[in-house]
Ligand binder design. Sequence first.
Ligand SMILES: [Zn+2]
Length: 158
Amino acid sequence: MQAAQQLLAEAGARLLALDEADKAVAEARGTAEQDAAREARRKCEEKAFASALALDALVGPDLLDRALAVCKPKDRANAVRRFVARRSRRTCYHVCGVQSVYLCVEGFCSCRDFVSRAEAVDVPMCKHLVAAALADALGVSEEIIVNDEDFAKHLSSR
Ligand SMILES: [Zn+2]
């Protein structure tokens, strides 16, 4: 999972850079500035595309975009909450989906998509699992430290 985490962090950073490059193109004034902004955007796009290809091979097409939409929602904060048990350092995530909040823990997600993927492939991924890793990589997850006695509640509440 180390390689996946690294790849996710890189891809996330490159997509954010592409967002910024889009803004720079939109805000550029004058021919020279516009040309420079477009060229910078083209380079960002190439890098983002390379990352996306590598991730597609790992998690399947479109999953990165969908995961980004989950972990960086425009209309609400804290879409990914990471619960950490104080003593044992066990970790689980609550990830806000469209219809519900899902539990993600150690390569498992409580959503229906994950279950259907689990029937088809050996290492199933869903957008919530990718979003949890991506949110950590981008520093947009909210960490909540809980007592070990309370940790089990967060595992069973979803
Ligand atoms: Zn899921």
